[in-house]
Design a protein. Structure first.
Ligand code: SF4
Length: 433
């Protein structure tokens, strides 16, 4: 049986693509293994979004080729966003690669292996989930109809395509049957779900359907877009026991001048009005956002406005990226580019402000009781790490719990008394179970 190793770069959407591919390969009796050295075929599922990610992907390709140099019988396939965006460049500049595929080219990959893909109707039916058993991502759509000036994704992933609701409900049931207790909905633009397929936004309806699925305890939604935000989804968050009061909505900036240059379609006033509605409708909401600093045209005054807003608004969770100059995006041809070193200074300053806010919010939770989903146990430290409803995997805070406080396993929901806090961690003990 041929052995295959898949390296996945980039975001959770790319991870789901690798999982769908793994399911197809296993259905054709390929063995997908963790060791690239022991593999006959090395597949690198790349990210091509921003400079740093592109460098990491190219590095991963060369690491695979290095193994091929040591054993010429090995094959190296490249797929994903980098090859979707730079296919011809890779063919020209890295001829050692055996085959190159764009995004979602599962059929072509299997054909290149002399196989015909299975699950003609629904590729995700054979998906092999690779996250810890108790949580799983579900991609509800592909592509994006927005044209944010700095973003290469619409050029890579194409227009917005919602997946049919029945297909999603069936997949969610399979994921729950497979052990998922937390289901995390992902896309490029969750607010738009259904508009292309049904002529109207149907994310609230999808959430109502998902909450009926036995076995799921937490339903978390990522990547909301502020413009035309489906307010009916807030009712679901307020009323549901399963749909978490957690809202991840990148806003990228708060200066009207910059929001125009970024082609975001929002203003500070429209964002504040929306946030007021959100906090009013769902008082216990956890708000996450991401900001971009150093976008062409960003003045010191624009940046100061961002600092003031972050200080005043107090997001629960915040990520900040420096602008990446991506050819083929509208911003690439804008003037007034910002020195990358200055952009990094601005990123550091925003995260310093956020660190204080995060510490204070975490300290307010000391002596409180929290429901925590345990993600893993570290045998070296003797500590569990887990998350509250306020924390998505990999990107948010974690709760650290000594094992001696009670026996539990990853995937368990436990009651934790918070005893201490740091900027991005809570420390606590499991209450008697
Ligand atoms: S919403 Fe904007 S930033 Fe997000 S994927 Fe679409 S174009 Fe890119």
């Amino acid at each position: 049986m041929k052995k295959v190793h898949i390296t996945t770069l980039g975001c959770s959407k790319n991870l789901v693509d690798s999982e769908v591919l793994q399911g197809q390969l296993e259905a054709h009796e390929f063995q997908v293994i963790d060791s690239p050295e022991a593999s006959d075929l090395l597949i690198v599922n790349t990210c091509g979004f921003i400079e740093k990610a592109k460098e990491e992907s190219i590095q991963a390709i060369f690491e695979a080729l290095e193994l091929k140099k040591q054993d010429p019988a090995k094959k190296v396939f490249v797929t994903g966003c980098l090859s979707e965006r730079y296919r011809d460049d890779i063919v020209r500049e890295i001829p050692e690669v055996d085959a190159i595929f764009g995004t979602e080219e599962y059929r072509a990959i299997l054909n290149a292996l002399g196989k015909k893909h299975m699950a003609e109707d629904n590729l995700s039916r054979l998906r092999r989930v690779t996250t810890p058993r108790h949580y799983a991502y579900m991609k509800i759509s592909e592509g994006c109809n927005h044209t944010c000036a700095f973003c290469a994704i619409p050029g890579i992933r194409g227009k917005h395509r919602s997946r049919p609701m029945e297909e999603l409900l069936a997949e969610a049931q399979r994921l729950a049957d497979g052990g998922a207790r937390e289901l995390i909905l992902i896309s490029q633009d969750t607010s738009y779900y259904g508009k292309d397929l049904y002529g109207k936004q149907r994310i609230a309806e999808l959430l109502r359907g998902l909450e009926k699925i036995d076995g799921l305890r937490w339903i978390r939604v990522l990547y909301w877009y502020p413009t035309n935000f489906p307010l009916e989804a807030l009712e679901v968050m307020r009323e549901s026991d399963k749909v978490l009061a957690y809202l991840d909505m990148p806003i990228q900036h708060v200066s009207d001048r910059m929001l125009r240059r970024m082609r975001r379609g929002d203003t500070l006033q429209s964002l504040e009005r929306l946030y007021d509605k959100i906090r009013h409708t769902v008082p216990e909401i956890t708000l996450r956002t991401t900001l971009i600093v150093g976008h062409p045209g960003e003045t010191n005054a624009d940046f100061r406005a961002m600092c003031d807003f972050v200080r005043r608004f107090e997001f629960d969770r915040l990520g900040t990226f420096t602008y990446s100059d991506e050819e083929g995006t509208p911003a690439f041809s804008q003037d007034e580019k910002i020195d990358p070193a200055l952009a990094e200074e601005r990123q550091a300053e925003i995260m310093e402000i956020q660190k204080e806010i995060s510490l204070r919010k975490n300290q307010n939770l000391i002596n409180s009781e929290q429901i925590v989903l345990l993600d893993e146990y570290d045998i070296n430290t003797g500590y569990y790490s887990g998350r509250t409803y306020r924390d998505a995997p990999e990107i948010d805070n974690e709760v650290l719990i000594p094992q001696n406080s009670a026996t539990a396993r990853p995937g368990d929901f436990v009651r934790v008394t918070v005893e201490d806090a740091a900027e991005y961690e809570l420390f606590g003990v499991i209450k008697n179970r």
